[in-house]
Write a protein of this length. Structure first.
Length: 429
């Protein structure tokens, strides 16, 4: 294999923004290696961090998180544009590389189009072009806030224990800071797997509308890409690429608005199972895990949503539903395209519904086996419900990642193929 020449450190930022995103997109996930961008970054000095951050702190360059790093007690963590964050490998049941912003902390992670902030696999930054990253190499980022949820405010986020990790409250204007032009790659973690605690690549729990989330891409997560537990934070320009489980998961009273979002499948990635059934969904939405009706109902509004699965049913069988609304949850959709899943949209259980506040004329749903079923879906025009063994383009020019040269225009409302994004992790020959 042709070797890559390490570039001078002074040329790092230029190199990082000149990469090609789409070479060899048909290469199997399990065969990909480190690309030039990461080889270059791996030559930089590394700063190791661990424990609690209790005073204002700034990160730059390459940061290695040792275990769990918790921002609290009024501290703000500032991460400068172009910073790379990895985990220190650990051979334990504890997560490796987990950043937690508590109710009493803030994050200021404002990257740019040409210098995004990147949380990624330590295997990509080891200087070896043949190293293969794995989902779970970086545990993830957790933002906790005191905005309303439908669980007690003494609830801890899944997998962590103690009052530092409580989320929820009554402050709808909670401000946890900013995350903008950020990538999180190969995230997720199992904590004490026998107890089934899981960490998602980006977890937002009780986060309020004072927080800014914009231009965030999550790729190859071990569990979900984005998971919202209550709160009312709004988000714009989100990309979920090839998670093992769900692309977007909503629970425990989330009521924010998401504007411009893409979920994009790589059918060579790993796929989660529930028993023997594949259950990776574009969206999974519950009011709460038990489906109990509460005064605050999980009910996000999503505008300009594109969910792209597999082109053909033979590959789509490894997925579940494009949109799955259940357990008393509700969802409002506007300008939505779903394609490439066995079931396009399914609403299940008493109290669950696709809200009548949706713009039904702007919703287009395809399923290999079932287009739409359940409360509220009858409002979608029959002309916008398709069933078939091959996915339609829905006006997009070849939107399927594995088929080469993918493009989701006109659904590309968020610069989904811009310089800040990353889809191919293989070496550049």
């Amino acid at each position: 294999m042709k070797k890559l020449t390490l570039l001078a450190i002074t040329g790092l930022l230029i190199t990082a923004c000149q990469r090609d995103h789409l070479e060899d997109s048909s290469a199997p996930f399990e065969m990909t290696q480190t690309s030039a961008e990461y080889i270059t970054v791996s030559s930089l000095p590394v700063t190791s961090v661990s424990g609690h951050i209790t005073s204002n702190t700034t990160w730059s360059g390459v940061i290695e998180i040792d275990g769990i790093v918790t921002v609290k007690d009024g501290a703000t963590l500032t991460i400068l544009p172009g910073t790379y964050i990895k985990a220190k490998p650990k051979d334990t049941a504890l997560p490796t590389g987990l950043l937690v912003i508590t109710k009493t902390g803030k994050i200021n992670a404002a990257g740019t189009e040409t210098q995004p902030i990147v949380f990624t696999s330590y295997r990509l930054l080891d200087g070896d072009e043949n190293t293969i990253p794995q989902p779970g190499d970086f545990a993830g980022v957790i933002l906790l806030g005191n905005a309303p949820t439908n669980t007690p405010s003494t609830t801890t986020i899944d997998g962590l224990f103690g009052s530092d990790y409580y989320y929820g409250g009554s402050n709808q204007d909670h401000n946890g800071g900013i995350m903008k032009y950020v990538r999180i790659e190969f995230g997720g973690s199992d904590i004490l797997p026998q107890l089934i605690h899981e960490v998602t690549s980006l977890t937002l729990a009780g986060v309020g509308k004072g927080t800014i989330l914009d231009h965030i891409q999550v790729s190859y997560g071990k569990d979900d890409s984005f998971e919202f537990f209550g709160g009312n934070v709004n988000a714009t320009n989100l990309i979920s690429f090839a998670p093992d489980d769900d692309n977007f998961d909503f629970n425990t009273g989330y009521t924010g608005t998401i504007t411009c979002a893409l979920s994009l499948a790589d059918y060579n990635s790993t796929h989660s199972l529930s028993g023997s059934v594949y259950d990776s969904n574009g969206i999974e939405l519950n009011n709460n895990p038990t489906g109990i009706a509460t005064s605050l109902i999980t009910h996000p509004i999503i505008n300009n949503l594109t969910i792209i699965g597999a082109w053909k049913a033979a590959f789509g069988k490894n997925y579940g539903k494009g949109i799955y609304i259940r357990r008393n949850g509700k969802l409002t959709l506007n300008n939505t395209i779903v394609t490439g899943y066995p079931t396009g949209i399914k609403v299940e259980g008493t109290g669950s519904e696709l809200s009548s506040n949706s713009d039904y004329t702007s919703i287009k749903i395809h399923g290999f086996d079932v287009a739409a079923a359940g409360a509220g879906t009858a409002g979608i025009s029959a002309a916008n419900l398709l069933i078939g063994s091959a996915s339609p383009g829905w006006g997009m020019n070849q939107p399927f990642f594995n088929e080469g040269g993918w493009n989701v225009s006109p659904g590309n409302c968020g610069n989904f193929q811009g310089l800040w994004t990353k889809y191919n992790f293989s070496i550049l020959e």
